[in-house]
Ligand binder design. Structure first.
Ligand code: F6P
Length: 317
């Protein structure tokens, strides 16, 4: 193997993973081509050469230096043929795909249907890669959202208000649950658990009657809209509410040490795996040791047991 390609999505730690891939590859005499704008760039043959120097000074940067885009075209037969042609034309013998569920589904398709050697690296703020406890980017997103919630708490406490804060996560409640627990929030609404607005409102009303004046409720975007939850609480309790939708600030920001360390280890391991002939697998860490998960498994819906964390949140709030 002489030349590999690297495709990315954006979240905290992805640049650190690019750096790890490029420097590991160059140490083994492999050339690396960066694919611009994810699968869109693969279709259109938009590649940039990456060497040791071109990944200097990026370990602390959020986003991805390779830019990112959603690509509908890649999920058509025509798009896949264009991608294959571009890969062959450039002499790319293997690909490393750094991203979440959608990116890894594309990686599996390339490996399984077209026989392209591909190794995946889990990186998503949603932390929804099946079989992976923690994806690159999730820790940074939790910390960014937590910082916002801490600031909102200052106002919630001072003005004795109820805040409903909506966080990202697609159909996974990981981000919401971590932020709610770490932020000392009173309630969390996640896709994995049914919720009852009347019961939540009754609890707030009863607490308010006993002198509890401020609440922070975290809502995962895959569950409900913050404005609907806030409106229901106001209607049921007669108390004033405010909302905050954190949105894309959660995907950006300086990557945490946890994400940089995972990026270093997983990026390094991905190159070794590809060079040793591995394909259609996703690298992962278990007990701080590298393990491989078949991509077919990694892209299945992830089920997470949330009962214990939820119970703890209710005990502590
Ligand atoms: O998958 C990451 C994520 O940030 C989700 O949490 C969110 O639902 C989605 O991407 C937003 O996508 P876009 O940036 O395309 O609006």
């Amino acid at each position: 193997m002489k030349r590999i390609g690297i495709i990315t999505r954006d979240c905290g730690g992805v640049n650190a993973a690019i750096r790890a891939v490029v420097r590991t590859a160059s140490g083994r005499g492999l050339e690396v081509l960066g694919v611009m704008r994810g699968y869109e760039g693969l279709i259109h043959g938009d590649f940039v050469p990456l060497d040791r120097r071109s990944v200097s000074g990026i370990i602390n940067l959020g986003g991805t230096i390779l830019k990112s885009a959603r690509s509908d075209g890649f999920f058509t037969d025509e798009g896949q043929q264009m991608a294959l042609a571009a890969v062959r034309a450039k002499g790319i013998e293997g690909l490393i795909v750094i991203g979440g569920n959608g990116s890894l589904a594309g990686a599996h398709l390339l490996a399984d249907r077209y026989g392209v050697p591909v190794v995946g690296v889990p990186a998503t703020i949603d932390n929804d890669v099946n079989g992976v406890d923690l994806s690159i980017g999730a820790d940074t997103a939790v910390n960014v959202a937590l910082d916002a919630v801490d600031k909102i708490r200052d106002t919630a406490t001072s003005l004795e208000r109820i805040f409903v804060v909506e966080v990202m996560g697609r159909s996974c409640g990981y981000l919401a649950m971590q932020v709610a627990l770490a932020g000392g929030c009173e309630e969390v609404l996640i896709p994995e658990r049914a919720f009852d607005m009347t019961a939540i409102s009754n609890e707030i009303r009863a607490g308010n009657a006993q002198g509890k004046a401020s609440w922070i409720l975290i809502v995962a975007e895959g569950t409900a809209k913050a404005e609907d939850v806030a409106a229901a609480i106001s209607l049921n309790t007669g108390l004033e509410t405010r909302i905050a939708v954190l949105g894309h600030i959660q995907r950006g920001g300086r990557p945490t040490a946890v994400d940089r360390l995972m990026a270093a280890k997983l990026g390094h391991r991905a190159v070794l795996t590809l060079a040793e002939g591995g394909s259609d697998v996703c690298v992962n860490l278990k007990d701080n040791k590298p393990v491989l998960i078949p991509l077919e498994t990694a892209i299945q819906p992830k089920t997470t047991e949330t009962g214990a964390d939820y119970d703890l949140l209710k005990v502590l709030s």
